[in-house]
Design a protein around this ligand. Sequence first.
Ligand SMILES: C[S@@+](CC[C@H](N)C(=O)[O-])C[C@H]1O[C@@H](n2cnc3c(N)ncnc32)[C@H](O)[C@@H]1O
Length: 335
Amino acid sequence: MRQQGDIGTAGTRDLSLEREATRFREDVISGLGTSPKRLSSRYFYDAEGDRLFQKIMACEDYYVTRAEDEVLREQAPDVLQALSGGRNGLDLVELGAGDGAKTKHLLRRALQEGRTLRYRPTDISAHALRGLELALGREMPALAVCGEQGEYFELIRRGFVERGTPTAVMLLGSNIGNLPHERARVLLKGVADQMAPDDRFLVGFDRKKDPAMILRAYNDREGHTRAFNLNLLHRMNRELGMDFNPERFIHAPVYDPGSGQAKSFLVSTCQQEVHLPGQGEPFRFRAWEAVQTEMSQKYDDAMIGALAQDAGLRIAARFTDGRGLFSDVVFARRD
Ligand SMILES: C[S@@+](CC[C@H](N)C(=O)[O-])C[C@H]1O[C@@H](n2cnc3c(N)ncnc32)[C@H](O)[C@@H]1O
């Protein structure tokens, strides 16, 4: 993994972990200092958040991972074909790769097909990235892996295309759904602007479906999503020295079938103050005041088509699981 201060192959510096820590503090100050209060879902993923997310992915109520896993496992040859445009060589860049469990179906298949493949996982979580690189070293020693730590927009700004081999960029796991429409459009356009005509961009979209099924995925019966959401308070205590009492907050997810947005909140059960060392004024919470911590947009085909259109992309292929819960859509530049 490229670390802070290393010079990447694109000749640019990696996002320093120190800057990420400063940004966390600044985002907490601005997010809790405004009304309505909000915190970015990017901060869910410290080592404990990564561990809890593994539990969410394995639990029965969280259908998202299983549905996409089915797509990439059962349709791996066709997905690879769509990503490489029929050519042998492929540079596979993944944004927010996490544990890469679903991507491994594509990687194994590519190795079996004897393709010249280089896998370039990226993630904001250095912990997740290190785990993935170690696992790949053990499981697929023949695979060329070049990881890079960083935030999506930062990575896109740095540039990811290295000419010579077709590049396929991937954003799996409904990560796109965590971005509001305008940010999602900017991300897609940022990738589109760097793509050559043969390059491809695969995006995983969680589809609109029975609202009860969606809500349950964010409020699973085993309590993993609750622990994941509350971990954000523990993380602010651990990393910023704050004094949240997590027992005074509850996990409150909602799903609005009109907008297709699932949102998670941390709701203060009483009037309280929380302190951040070095920050004069405490953060004040009214009883039942909510902090939004996550938004997950659910899509239908019309919304996916409109997003592609706005970003200058066209749909080259579309893969969906047997129950129609999740779609992996392959985009190409629309020239
Ligand atoms: C929901 S997990 C999904 C992981 C993987 N894509 C999958 O489908 O299993 C989200 C991953 O994206 C990373 N992530 C979240 N926000 C990010 C951001 N703004 N920039 C880069 N990575 C981010 C997290 O660290 C985490 O590993």
